[in-house]
Design a protein around this ligand. Structure first.
Ligand code: FPP
Length: 247
């Protein structure tokens, strides 16, 4: 029986989030520059997106460029931005074929104009697709997002658009960049690092965390199936006892 066949189709997560890590180490192991790893990471992005779409997963969120990544050497940042542009150009057809809608979270204004335009064009072109929503976190960090949310809440209270007593968890979720998207039930991080790295801190409150040693450019269908099977073996308690959940 293949790993895919072992999956329980009606117990798949609606939303999977991934920290794609290990591109640099993958390249270094091969005696190449870090950018070589990012380029090969695109294959893993394509295969993961296609697999998630085929399985009927509704949301896939990929951490593609963090706020902190701006501090990398300029050559690497420039190469990553060029890679984004070329990947969006080459992959829009694949997104259309797989009925995938593109979305982004993060400080889009801080991205180069050319990247913004490519993203906006692809978001527009794929906007009527009704399958998987692929969200790229770009120039994103959770603390940035939370600060932005605080500012909007404060402004809305000041403008009498919001009553302080109405602030609850649902309302805070609606001030996040992921408003309207359910929280990820599963968060995967590749490359053997056990950190959240400023990714979806609010949204991951009850997510199952899955860490694997595979470096991102090597991540393939079976690796996603393995993560999903592991998820399906977990008991999600949300603070309750195991006995309460089984009732
Ligand atoms: C982390 O590996 C990866 C990134 C910072 C970039 C992710 C980009 C891609 C997978 C390619 C382009 C993506 C899209 C969506 C087109 P790292 O560089 O931190 O690796 P290391 O920990 O081994 O140094």
């Amino acid at each position: 029986m293949s790993l895919k066949d072992e999956l329980i189709k009606d117990r798949l997560p609606k939303h999977v989030a991934i920290i794609m890590d290990g591109n640099g180490r993958w390249a270094k192991k091969r005696g190449n520059a870090r950018v070589f790893g990012h380029k090969h990471g695109v294959t893993a992005v394509r295969e993961t997106t296609e697999t998630a779409a085929e399985l009927g997963i509704e949301y896939l969120t990929l951490y593609a460029f963090s706020t902190e990544n701006w501090n990398r050497p300029k050559t690497e940042v420039d190469a990553l931005m060029s890679l984004l542009v070329s990947t969006i150009s080459s992959e829009t057809g694949t997104l259309m074929k797989n009925n995938v809608r593109l979305n982004t979270i993060g400080c889009k204004e801080s991205l180069p104009k050319g990247v913004q335009k490519k993203l906006n064009d692809c978001i527009e072109k794929t906007s009527a697709n009704s399958g998987l929503t692929l969200t790229l976190a770009l120039s994103y960090s959770s603390r940035w997002e939370i600060i932005e949310a605080f500012k909007k809440v404060a402004q809305d209270v000041k403008d009498n658009q919001l009553d302080v007593d109405d602030i609850d968890a649902d309302m805070v979720s609606n001030y996040m960049t992921t408003a309207g998207i359910p929280d990820p039930e599963l968060m995967i991080r590749t490359s053997g690092e056990y950190r959240i790295s400023n990714f979806l801190l609010w949204q991951l409150a009850y997510s199952e965390l899955y860490f694997c040693d595979i470096l991102w450019p090597d991540f393939r269908r079976d690796d996603l199936y393995r993560a999903l099977l592991d998820f399906q073996g977990r008991e999600r308690r949300f603070g309750k006892t195991g006995d309460q959940i089984k009732k």
